[in-house]
Design a protein around this ligand. Structure first.
Ligand SMILES: *Cc1c(COP(=O)(O)O)cnc(C)c1O
Length: 390
């Protein structure tokens, strides 16, 4: 039996393809160093695990949770936003728990997009923005992120007829895959655009806590008026090494949060309550572990960027995220470079075109492996590439 067109028309999920390549190489006995997938390698801090274990024993948590999440969890999110960003949120109407922020990012299009509607989607970008749009029957209008613009979209370049048809605009700073950051001025411009064209801004703040060199990433809501035009997706996955736990949230504009909760109540039954209690422990507990993971990623970033620069790259060190985004050397495409380093060096990098057409000519490396392995990867690249030119 044939699957539906909406499924046939999807590109294979990028990371599923990479996982397959890794498995094939490992089967041949090759020692693979993967800089491919951004998934924290360190364990979840123990005070969070202990809370899960305790709450897992409580039979009250064995029943269906509510799809919008425990009030206590949403309250913890609101308190954390106030403390961290000075942003006030009403826990009941302005926060919804998600099964990881990816779930909400995929579902928000189902709340607002009818066939023929447009979403504005950054390119290169996290694939789920565009895929959610397509699954809902919408059209993607690409916002190119270019190096010369600091990987910020040029909103003045969006034609006004497109802007008027647009429902959602996805933004993501600190940015995956480029590592770029946005300042409040850009967020102000985005709020202005959203007001003018009645577009809902969906800001993905997954990397707001993964920052270096004293840089502090702003919430979209630090800008006046932002909460009237947007929502922010956020997650425990990256700061607390909790990607496997599947817990995040969306917050902000109340009618959008209500719409997301309504879709969810028809599809899922929320997050295991013991996990939400563990999430409360994360948000209310010490942030020392977050500072520690940032220190570790920063050290790895320095080793990787300095190593690549000694081979001829001219990279700036990213201020945030655990990614390094780099151009491929002369004579390569994103794919041919990724294939070459896998075959000849046993190193996995992610081809930039997997994040959109404007990612062509780049590749991404994740800092989620041990520094000794990063050094080893650099050694292998040096042996294969020597000095590179662009
Ligand atoms: C990791 C990531 C997420 C989602 O993580 P969840 O585990 O689903 O909360 C969202 N956006 C970006 C850009 C990411 O890299």
């Amino acid at each position: 039996m044939q699957v539906a067109k909406r499924l046939q028309n999807l590109p294979p999920y990028l990371f599923a393809r990479i996982e397959k390549k890794i498995a094939e190489a490992r089967e041949k006995g090759v020692d693979i160093i993967s800089l491919g997938i951004g998934d924290p390698d360190r364990p979840t801090p123990s005070h969070i695990i202990e809370e899960l274990v305790k709450e897992a024993q409580n039979p009250e948590n064995h029943r269906y949770p509510t799809s919008e999440g425990l009030v206590a969890f949403r309250q913890a999110v609101a308190e954390w936003y106030e403390k961290r960003y000075g942003v006030k949120l009403d826990p009941k109407s302005e926060v919804v728990t998600l099964i990881g922020s990816k779930e909400g990012i995929a579902h928000i299009s189902f709340c607002y997009v009818d066939p023929g509607d447009i979403n504005l989607v950054p390119d290169p970008g996290y694939p789920v923005y565009g895929i959610g749009t397509l699954l809902a029957g919408g059209e993607v209008y690409t916002l190119p992120l270019k190096e010369e613009n600091g990987y910020l979209p040029d909103l003045t370049a969006v034609p006004s007829d497109v802007a008027r048809r647009a429902k959602l605009m996805f933004l993501n700073y600190p940015n995956n895959p480029t590592g770029a950051v946005a300042d409040r001025r850009f967020f102000e411009e985005a709020v202005e655009f959203a007001r003018q064209y009645d577009v809902l801004i969906c800001h993905d703040a997954a990397y707001n806590e993964i920052t270096f060199d004293g840089y502090r990433a702003p919430s979209f809501f630090e800008v006046p008026g932002a909460k009237e035009v947007g929502i922010e997706f956020n997650s425990l996955s990256k700061p607390f090494n909790m990607t496997g736990w599947r817990i995040g949230w969306a917050c902000g504009r109340a009618d959008a949060i209500e719409a997301l909760a309504r879709i969810k109540s028809n599809i899922d039954s929320g997050v295991f309550q013991a996990i939400q209690y563990a999430g409360i422990a994360a948000l209310k507990g010490s942030m020392d572990s977050v500072a520690e993971v940032c220190r570790i990623y920063q050290e790895r970033r320095d080793i990787l960027v300095e190593g690549l620069n000694s081979m001829g790259w001219r990279l700036n060190k990213p201020k945030a995220t655990f990614y390094v985004w780099a151009p491929v050397p002369q004579g390569y495409t994103s794919e041919s470079f990724a294939e070459m380093v896998l075959e000849r060096a046993g190193v996995i990098v992610t081809p930039g075109n997997g994040y959109g057409t404007f990612g062509e000519g780049y590749f991404r490396m994740a800092l989620t492996i041990d520094k000794e392995r990063i050094r080893e990867a650099l050694e292998r690249l040096r042996r294969v590439l020597g000095q590179v030119e662009f």
